[in-house]
Design a protein around this ligand. Structure first.
Ligand code: FES
Length: 106
């Protein structure tokens, strides 16, 4: 059960253990974190699950697909470490991953 540490915009942290293969988006929604809206339910078509992967972890992820990259061009305040939470699946290799949540999805 890998661990995800979410860091909210106000600095509040939430540590969540998830089944391997759970998406960052689903973990945040299950935890009731308001910063993740996930309006499309994980189809990579809304951009409202935008997160910032901690710089120490971003290069350990499978790179974003072309579809994810084009959706990331539409999110508010994109950055090099931006990802769609629904497209990042947390496996045992990512145990301890740190994910920063934006202040707003708009
Ligand atoms: S939930 Fe819609 S893009 Fe991720």
């Amino acid at each position: 059960m890998p661990l995800i540490e979410f860091i909210c915009h106000d600095g509040e942290t939430h540590q969540v253990h998830v089944a391997s293969g759970t998406s960052v988006m689903q973990a945040a929604v299950n935890q009731g974190l308001d910063a993740i809206l996930a309006e499309c339910g994980g189809c990579a078509s809304c951009g409202t699950c935008h997160v910032y992967i901690d710089n120490g972890w971003i290069d350990k992820l499978v790179p974003a697909s072309a579809g994810e990259q084009s959706m990331l061009e539409c999110v508010s305040e994109p950055a090099r470490n931006s990802r769609l939470g629904c497209q990042v699946r947390v496996t045992d290799e990512l145990d301890g991953i740190v994910v920063h949540l934006p202040e707003s999805q708009f």
